[in-house]
Ligand binder design. Structure first.
Ligand SMILES: [Zn+2]
Length: 298
């Protein structure tokens, strides 16, 4: 059985043709052009799906996308203005009607967690939290081996834990949310404010590795904020694993060791007894793999 998988992000739409074992027959991507709105995006996905179906005779389509998704109905429950007119779109129906095959839809952070669960960093765990640290901080929960999406498909919004009441304004309408201080873009902002000349995040981590004091101050503040947020989540959920994905996870072991050290100092002894932190195995492909798992797991 072959299916087409799509990962609809803010800048690009990745796709693939995949079998039940997670082997890819074909892979590619095209620009999202998000400003054209939800309908235009779904049209593009339909065009590509028909093309793929001609070549591979697929049995179904599974979609990973930004936005809060009702996975039962395949509908976008809520999306930010990054993709105009996306909220309310019945993705599964539109694509299903145009292609004649079964279509499933799930949120992209949830798909990343499912991808890591199926083929990545969490194959040996049943209770974990998957974090995507990028422009914001996305979170997804796998509890007792099942995706936990909440009563209105919005669970896992770890980026919006309040870290500093009355702090920086957040896109969610509140102030002082974790992602304002501990996302990749928050780190980038701090770097830009601290150094006179433009320093890229990669260069910043190089400086840090060589013991640059100015970089250490920034990094320690960022790290401290991140692990203070994680501490609360660990105390509530008592997970066995936290998987760190997103742009910043490219820093690998170096970042992992610092997060572990800082976090383990903050959590209560019984909560760290069985707690591990790992870097996501699949960076670009986790969402596509998770979409495939979401389809085949039924
Ligand atoms: Zn917020």
């Amino acid at each position: 059985m072959l299916i087409a998988v799509f990962d609809i992000g803010g800048t690009s739409i990745k796709y693939g043709v995949v079998d039940r074992n997670g082997s890819f027959m074909e892979e590619g991507s095209f620009p999202t052009e998000a400003n054209q709105g939800g309908e235009a995006i779904i049209k593009k996905v339909i065009t590509k799906s028909l093309e793929i179906n001609k070549a591979w005779n697929i049995d179904g389509i599974s979609i990973s996308t930004a936005g809060q998704i009702d996975a039962v109905k395949g509908v976008v429950v809520h999306a930010t203005d990054n993709i105009p007119d996306y909220t309310g779109m019945g993705i599964a129906n539109s694509i299903g009607n145009a292609t004649g095959v079964k279509v499933k839809v799930e949120n992209d952070v949830n798909c990343a967690a499912l991808g890591e669960y199926w083929k990545g960093a969490a194959t040996d765990k049943k209770n974990f939290l998957c974090l995507t640290i990028g422009t914001g901080i996305g979170g997804s929960l796998i509890l007792n081996g099942q995706l936990y999406s909440g009563s209105t498909h919005a669970a896992g919004e770890i980026g919006h834990l309040t870290l500093y009441p009355g702090g920086q304004a957040c896109t969610c309408g509140n102030y002082g949310c974790l992602e304002r201080y501990a996302s990749s873009s928050a780190l980038e902002k701090m770097i830009n404010e601290s150094f006179d000349s433009k320093v890229k995040v990669i260069e910043f981590f190089e400086k840090l590795r060589y013991g640059d004091k100015q970089s250490e101050v920034i990094f320690n503040r960022w790290l401290d904020d991140l692990t203070t947020g994680l501490k609360s989540v660990v105390h509530v959920l008592n997970p066995e694993l936290i998987v760190i994905g997103g742009g910043v996870s490219a820093q690998g072991e170096f970042l992992l060791n610092h997060i572990k050290q800082s976090l383990f100092k903050k959590v209560m002894p019984n909560h760290r007894r069985n707690l591990d932190v790992r870097i996501a195995v699949h960076q670009n492909k986790a969402n596509l793999l998770g979409a495939a798992y979401h389809y085949f797991a039924d």
